[in-house]
Design a protein around this ligand. Structure first.
Ligand SMILES: *Cc1c(COP(=O)(O)O)cnc(C)c1O
Length: 220
């Protein structure tokens, strides 16, 4: 069962500019409803099938975020309802999101996932790749997506100095991009960084969207 006392202590201490995404992956519909009953309306899932099933079963005023890697062939399942896709890492994926958004007569909000951790991760863009993507001519043609900002995950370590350095690097890159003349479909307002173990560090470093699972819902 989720720990609603912990939920309230997190949400009550959160600066007003920071959005909490309650990460409900692997958790049951009734666990999610317990957190919903506390007032939470933004939930994150990392798998398309699980996200779609929960969307169908749960109240329609939930804003569902996909926080995990997204395969091109699965975009169609979430395109009708997803509120924000956190982990976009290629132009090909953006083109498919744009296509499916058009079919559903909506604009889909996206974040680009940026590599910041020292450890090997399979997904994400290097800063230079992200920059090339944002300013590529093809990007400005994608009229049914909105790039709302960036997402990153720090190294899984207890060394706060490593985590701080990585989050600061992403914040600096975010600010650098935000100051430039962006295509019409880019509106850099969201910096998604911080999980259960490192969200306080992330907020100190400039995060305005945190993704918290285990602290609220318990271990997986
Ligand atoms: C699972 C997950 C989280 C939440 O992690 P916790 O440590 O349980 O808070 C955040 N972001 C992503 C991308 C995840 O996959």
């Amino acid at each position: 069962m989720p720990d609603t006392a912990v939920y309230y202590s997190i949400i009550n201490a959160l600066p007003p500019h920071v959005t909490l995404v309650a990460v409900s992956k692997t958790k049951s519909v009734s666990d999610i409803m317990a957190v919903y009953a506390c007032g939470q309306r933004t939930f994150g899932e990392n798998k398309v099938q699980e996200l779609t099933e929960k969307y169908e079963q749960l109240p329609k005023d939930i804003a569902w975020h996909l926080i995990g890697h997204l395969q091109t062939n699965k975009v169609k399942y979430i395109a009708p309802f997803v509120a924000l896709i956190h982990a976009v890492d290629s132009l090909k994926l953006l083109q498919e999101i744009n296509k499916q958004a058009l079919k559903n007569n909506r604009t889909i909000n996206c974040l680009l996932q940026i590599y910041i951790a020292k450890e090997e991760t399979k997904f994400g863009l290097y800063q230079e790749e992200a920059e090339n993507l944002i300013f590529s001519p093809t990007m400005s043609e994608l009229t049914h997506i909105k790039i709302c900002g960036l997402m990153g995950m720090a190294t899984n370590t207890n060394d706060t100095s490593v985590i701080t350095q990585e989050f600061k690097q992403l914040k600096d890159f975010f600010d650098l991009i935000r100051c430039r003349k962006l295509p019409a479909n880019c509106d850099f307002t969201i910096l998604s960084m911080g999980m259960s173990g490192d969200y306080q560090t992330a907020i100190t470093c400039g995060s305005n969207m945190i993704r918290i699972g285990s602290s609220i819902f318990g271990g997986r």
